[in-house]
Design a protein. Structure first.
Length: 94
């Protein structure tokens, strides 16, 4: 979202925005974007193409995110956090 706001504010063309998006990728994301196949027939490698592929690759699906939240707040996880805090406080006082 911030990237879109920046490119809109700066009046960056779609072609320039696609190039900027590629430049901003680092480490594994840079390797990934370099390995992208050419777009399907009739589609160009514009910003929307990169953003769509980026989201498919790196954005956590909402269902998985909800599962992670449920696990984080499950009674078992809460008991583990309490145990961890108690052990940490005992180590500091002992």
């Amino acid at each position: 979202m911030q990237f879109h706001n920046y490119t809109a504010f700066s009046n960056v063309s779609d072609e320039q925005a696609a190039k900027l998006f590629k430049v901003l990728m680092v480490e594994q994301a840079a390797d990934w974007i370099d390995s992208l196949l050419t777009p399907p027939e009739g589609q160009t490698a514009n910003l929307e193409y990169f953003v769509q592929n980026f989201r498919q690759r790196y954005q956590t699906p909402e269902t998985l995110m909800m599962k992670m939240v449920q696990e984080l707040y499950s009674p078992t996880a809460a008991a583990g956090r309490v145990r961890g805090r108690l052990l940490h406080s005992d180590a500091q006082t002992g």
